[in-house]
Design a protein around this ligand. Structure first.
Ligand SMILES: [Fe+2]
Length: 383
């Protein structure tokens, strides 16, 4: 609230534009370093994007050693393998290329290459953030999807294999030094994935805006980010080559991740649980839950009023019901699920899913205070 103490952090340097990735080698050269580690995955390798980046660096007299073993749910093994390659190759900087997973692994390699011990000791839940010093190599993030916004984020999520626990590593020093937002790199993203990742970006903005906290910076960014996603995702899905729509989605994605330092909500809490127990794609989970969680939040008067005040984003009057209706039609037009029927959720697991969601760090900031059994009730209407 306005009479309380707050800290706000604003993001990394962003270089935006079609083709802007070509300028990255000259930006890196300014540091005086010549050898870096490229962190990416096999999927991108198979469509040739990492090779283009390696060539760009080579043409500028710089060397990129590649670690392309990042898994879609990255593990500590990925981080340790990448860290070993970073150290043994004598790399001096890191370039992460891809969706959220290569970004998360790249950020964590940056920590592990400069800090002793095991990854677990840097677990944010155990106060590990306090152990992370500002002695890390330069880090450049090149997203090839518009969804997670991880290129402007200060944390990573890595699964520790021994415990199968998703561990959050967090530090302001993990923020990339430069985020390269080049919409040309996202035109190859399949249209189904474009829709699923794009709705994640939209929900980051919506849930961040909806958090009842005093954060006018984040609110402004979230409202504009929501508008960019709502007005451009269909265009990007209809025509993957639409650079304008792709560019707006990249911006909407970075804005969502910038805004959600304010917090997220129960849609993400449940989506995280469904990712852990059923491996449901994060974007699809967000889409499938969105209508039900919006209806749930709208039962709270403050939350209803807060949502109602942004009718202009959706081109409707300031009425939460009208906004909800817009969302239903939007998801249908995007061919995204609005329930969980296709994910075959076992009704016996609802309690377990609720328990995970209630303990997720996104739950306490939901726009309506979430009580025990609320999540089970939401899920019962969807499975
Ligand atoms: Fe998300």
């Amino acid at each position: 609230m306005p009479n309380q103490r707050h800290s706000y952090f604003y993001p990394t340097r962003i270089e935006y534009g079609p083709g802007v990735v070509q300028e990255l080698p000259s930006m890196v050269k300014e540091t005086g370093f010549s050898k870096g580690l490229l962190v990416t995955d096999q999927g991108l390798e198979s469509v040739g994007i990492p090779e283009k980046i390696r060539q760009l660096f080579e043409e500028s007299g710089l060397v990129l050693v590649t670690f392309n073993e990042v898994k879609s749910n990255p593990t500590c093994t990925n981080v340790y393998d990448g860290t070993t390659l970073y150290k043994e190759s004598g790399a001096q900087f890191i370039v992460a290329l891809g969706g959220g997973s290569p970004m998360d692994v790249g950020k964590t390699i940056k920590v592990m290459a400069t800090h002793d011990g095991s990854l677990e000791q840097y677990d944010d839940a155990l106060g590990g953030d306090k152990l992370i010093q500002n002695n890390m190599p330069p880090f450049y993030a090149i997203p090839t999807t518009a969804g997670t916004g991880s290129e402007v984020g200060r944390s990573s999520v890595i699964t520790v294999k021994a415990t199968n626990k998703k561990t959050i590593i967090f530090s302001p020093f993990m923020l990339p030094d430069i985020a390269i937002l080049d919409p040309e790199l996202t035109v190859g993203l399949p249209l189904g994935l474009t829709a699923a990742t794009g709705v994640d970006a939209f929900v980051h903005n919506l849930e961040a805006y909806w958090v009842d906290a005093f954060h006018p910076f984040a609110d402004g960014i979230a409202i504009k980010g929501m508008s960019l996603c709502y007005n451009n995702l269909e265009k990007a899905v209809e025509n993957g080559q639409d650079i304008s729509a792709r560019g707006h989605m990249l911006m909407g994605s970075s804005m969502g991740a910038t805004a959600f330092q304010k917090g997220l909500g129960v849609n993400h809490s449940i989506a995280h649980a469904l990712g852990v127990y059923y491996d449901v794609h994060h974007g699809l989970a967000n889409a499938a839950l969105l209508i039900a969680t919006t209806q749930y939040n709208m039962e709270d008067e403050n939350a209803w009023n807060r949502l109602a005040s942004i009718g202009h984003v959706f081109g409707v009057k300031n009425d939460a019901e009208a906004i909800l209706e817009s969302l239903v039609h939007w998801l249908k037009r995007l061919n995204l699920p609005t329930d969980l029927k296709s994910f075959q959720i076992n009704p016996n697991d609802l309690e377990k899913i609720e328990q995970y969601a209630l303990s997720d760090p996104t739950c306490p900031t939901n726009s309506r205070k979430v009580q025990k059994d609320d999540i089970i009730q939401i899920l019962e209407g969807l499975v």
